[in-house]
Design a protein around this ligand. Structure first.
Ligand code: C2E
Ligand code: CA
Ligand code: CA
Length: 797
């Protein structure tokens, strides 16, 4: 049981005993006085000890507060001691006396102490001041009507006696006012302490007032009903002091909203004053003092009302503003963005100006979230928002549309170049790393830009969003660094169905939920290396030997079965997960290669690398480390460049490829003959191998023109010293034709479907038996002798 509860129970028991004693009349005459006086001395001293302990237990400002309260309590205890002495040793206690001086230290100490209590709620100072006026004025009125005025009119023996008599109720008015204010603005963690303390002071004030009243009439004796008030007050002070030591510091998570209590509380004394005044003859109000205080009160109440109304209006404005702001970054939210865009488009129609949209999506943001946790992710979003804001003008709208997606609206009828520059600036602002939780992170955005110019009056807000979104997706898909501007060609490649438009205008559909779930599962599969590889053998057409394998990714999904790359790679690309997936593929493939090497099967394994990854300058080092970790030679690995748009960073890509090639890793261009401008890559990029796309290969028997192209490509490749691999060879006729055309290597279902690592080993072993004594490196020295060897069918192996 906490200390406070034990003390509270003890105090309650004591209180009940005291009340029973007072009312039972067990003790008579001087015994009552003696017991009563001793009780008060003891209570005063104990309370002073409690407050001193509280002062010792806390620190800083709270300690100062409790020290002041302790001084007050010591004053009180001293007063009690003197009083006891007067009452028990002298016949008649003198009034006024030294005891009064000691007693009056108490309100002073308590006032100072309460003022030192820390404030919690963000109530305005003006309002606190007005509350103080209302409470003090009301209490004064009550005190005046019930006590002060009778004392005043009863007169007294001396002026000092009169002043002291008035000092008690007046100091109580001040003390209660301060207590009320302290209670109103109490910080959450001090609430319980102040509850007890304020209640204690209410009891003491009531008893004081009664005492002053009776003393003025010379009717007070110890052991009367009034003493109950003081006992209750002192006991409550002990409880408050203990509670202050018990107090757990609550986290300051609560919103800064004024409590209900602080709204109604100042009216409670006002109501009391009203009731008391109503019971009095109307003449009370005609005295100048009451009249003045009453007027003051009225003004204070009006002032408070006014303040309350303005504060409310400000709050409403804040709330309205917040409804249009993203709470995390403080940028505009979707609602505000849609509004502004609509407006801008209308203005554009009127003025024949142009409106530009830049949409950004952070690459690999999910990884930051997953690896460093959501607070780090939040911080990154904030920093990213700041960077974007730093690149735009005040008139542009920057919004966060949720997740890691930002949009900038440039509503301006000046030049198009402007939007381009801003977009470029934004993209470049991400060149510097972010420092998140002490770690330097390079986070780059995919940036899409679309402009609705004066030449397209019919373009709607929706069109513009769709275009910027399409451009952004194209940038993301190909990992284009810098800015991707929207062109109509992009539109054909990218279905806008999954675009921003839908996300802007519709609630998440069940499909969304499913793809979200799939994405979650994909991340997990990557993390726990659940993705697997199948290895499809490649055969030398001349020697018939298996000369390598291509690693093809698979996802054994627990519900959906074995998923092929087409089914989940789009998701990987879309969410910027290509890099971790590729790392996984490289490591798994090299593990397999190591297994084969250890069985003396020296088969190179080819991995597919989406072109944008090849611009990463750290890639060669990573790959070399992966090889070194396994003690594998560089010739164990081939890199196939998949996806056609290397263009984005041709120089960087060439650098990386050169480094890879120099270290002995083979480079292949995948899907040759379908993507555009791949022909120029043959000249510009360092490659060893060209893989003819299977869509071309399947047509060579049926389409003479395709056959011509394929034949020409093979010749061209050989001229350049490259090896040609034909993919997707499904039957013997095509294989024969390829041999005639001079193709070097084949891969396809006709020879072998993709296999497991173990099956590759079995196949290699069998092969070794059937094709003995061939050179150890059939890929090299391809002085293409058009042989008559028929490659073996993989199917019957
Ligand atoms: P790709 O690089 O052109 O890989 C060859 C694809 O052709 C494989 O499909 C393979 O199973 C299939 N194939 C092989 N022989 C034949 C045949 O005779 N006829 C036909 N019709 N198809 C054949 P898969 O495994 O579904 O892979 C599809 C694509 O996914 C790959 O095309 C490649 O672009 C991509 N991919 C696969 N694994 C990875 C990977 O680890 N990383 C990356 N970035 N892409 C990968
Ligand atoms: Ca490939
Ligand atoms: Ca291919």
């Amino acid at each position: 049981m906490p200390k406070t509860a034990r003390v509270a129970i003890g105090a309650a028991v004591f209180f009940v005993a005291f009340v029973v004693w007072i009312f039972s009349g067990w003790s008579q005459g001087s015994t009552v006085e003696a017991i009563d006086d001793i009780v008060f001395v003891i209570l005063g001293v104990v309370a002073a000890i409690f407050t001193a302990l509280a002062a010792r237990a806390v620190h800083g400002r709270m300690r100062a507060a409790w020290v002041a309260i302790t001084i007050g309590m010591v004053g009180w205890a001293l007063g009690e001691l003197l009083w006891a002495y007067y009452e028990l040793a002298l016949e008649e206690p003198p009034f006024p006396s030294l005891a009064d001086a000691a007693y009056l230290v108490m309100p002073l100490g308590f006032c100072v102490g309460l003022l030192l209590f820390p404030a919690g709620s963000g109530q305005s100072r003006a309002r606190t001041l007005l509350d103080g006026v209302i409470v003090a004025g009301s209490l004064f009125l009550v005190s005046w009507v019930t006590i002060l005025s009778p004392i005043y009119s009863a007169g007294s023996d001396s002026t000092l006696a009169m002043v002291i008599s008035l000092a008690y109720p007046l100091s109580d008015v001040v003390l209660l006012t301060i207590a009320a204010l302290a209670w109103l603005r109490a910080a959450d963690d001090q609430r319980r302490v102040l509850n007890a303390l304020t209640l204690a002071l209410v009891f003491i004030a009531l008893a004081d007032s009664g005492f002053a009243y009776l003393t003025a009439k010379n009717a007070y004796t110890s052991g009367g009903v009034i003493d109950v008030g003081w006992v209750a007050g002192l006991l409550l002070i002990m409880v408050a002091a203990t509670s202050s030591r018990d107090e757990v510091r609550l986290p300051k998570a609560r919103a800064d909203v004024t409590s209900w209590a602080s709204v109604w509380f100042p009216y409670a004394p006002l109501l009391l004053a009203g009731i008391v005044a109503a019971a009095e003859p109307a003449t009370v109000f005609q005295t100048p003092l009451v009249g003045t205080v009453g007027t003051l009160l009225m003004l204070a109440v009006l002032g408070r009302q006014y303040l309350a109304v303005t504060e409310n209006r400000r709050l409403l404005a804040t709330v309205a503003e917040q409804a249009l702001r993203d709470p995390l970054t403080g940028l505009a939210n979707r609602a505000m963005f849609s509004d502004r865009l609509e407006e801008a488009m209308q203005r554009r129609e009127r003025d024949r100006g142009s409106v530009a949209l830049i949409i950004l999506d952070l690459n690999d943001f999910k990884l930051v979230n997953d690896a460093l946790g959501h607070p780090a992710g939040d911080e990154l979003l904030n920093r990213a928002g700041e960077r974007i804001l730093g690149c735009v003008r005040n008139s542009d709208t920057v919004a966060r549309l949720g997740g890691d997606e930002f949009v900038v609206l440039i509503d301006d009828d000046t030049l198009r170049e402007h939007a381009d520059q801003i977009a470029q600036r934004i993209a470049e602002s991400f060149d510097k790393p972010f420092t998140i939780e002490g770690q330097e992170l390079f986070i780059r955005p995919s940036v899409g830009l679309a402009v609705a110019g004066p030449d397209e009056p019919a373009a709607t807000a929706e069109d513009l969003v769709k275009r910027a979104d399409t451009a952004m997706y194209a940038a993301k898909k190909t990992r284009t660094p810098g800015v991707q501007r929207y062109t109509h060609e992009l539109h054909l490649d990218n279905s806008p169905d999954n675009g921003l438009i839908q996300r802007l205008h519709s609630a998440p559909s069940p499909e969304d939920a499913a793809s979200k779930q799939l994405l979650g599962e994909l991340r997990e599969a990557i993390d726990s290396v659940e993705l697997t590889l199948a290895y499809q053998p490649k055969f030398n057409l001349i020697t018939g030997r298996m000369v390598g394998v291509e690693a093809l990714i698979r996802w054994p999904h627990h519900r959906r079965g074995l998923l092929s790359p087409d089914e989940f790679l789009p998701l990987v690309r879309h969410h910027g997960l290509m890099r971790p997936v590729t790392d996984l593929v490289i490591n798994t493939a090299l593990d397999a290669a190591l297994g084969w090497h250890q069985a003396a099967v020296h088969l190179p394994v080819a991995v597919n690398m989406s072109a944008p990854l090849l611009a990463d300058p750290h890639l060669p080092a990573r790959i070399r480390r992966s090889l070194a970790d396994r003690d594998l030679p560089a010739s164990a690995l081939t890199v196939e460049i998949t996806e056609d748009l290397v263009l984005g960073n041709m120089e960087g890509t060439r650098d990386v490829l050169n480094q890879l090639r120099r270290s002995g890793i083979r480079i292949a261009i995948d899907d040759f003959g379908t993507g555009y401008s791949t022909l120029s890559y043959l000249c510009e990029l360092p490659v060893d191998e060209v893989k003819l796309d299977r869509r071309l290969v399947v047509q060579i028997l049926d389409d003479a023109r395709v056959a011509t192209v394929v034949r020409a490509v093979i010749t061209l490749a050989h001229e350049l010293g490259l090896i040609v691999v034909a993919e997707g060879v499904e039957d013997a006729e095509i294989a024969t034709c390829l041999i005639e055309f001079g193709c070097d290597v084949v891969q396809g279902f006709y020879f072998s479907v993709p296999l497991s690592a173990e099956q590759v080993l079995l196949l290699a072993a069998e092969h070794e038996r059937q094709v003995p004594g061939m050179g150890s490196d059939p890929m090299s020295g391809n002085a293409v002798t058009l042989g008559t060897h028929r490659a073996r069918s993989g199917r019957d192996l």
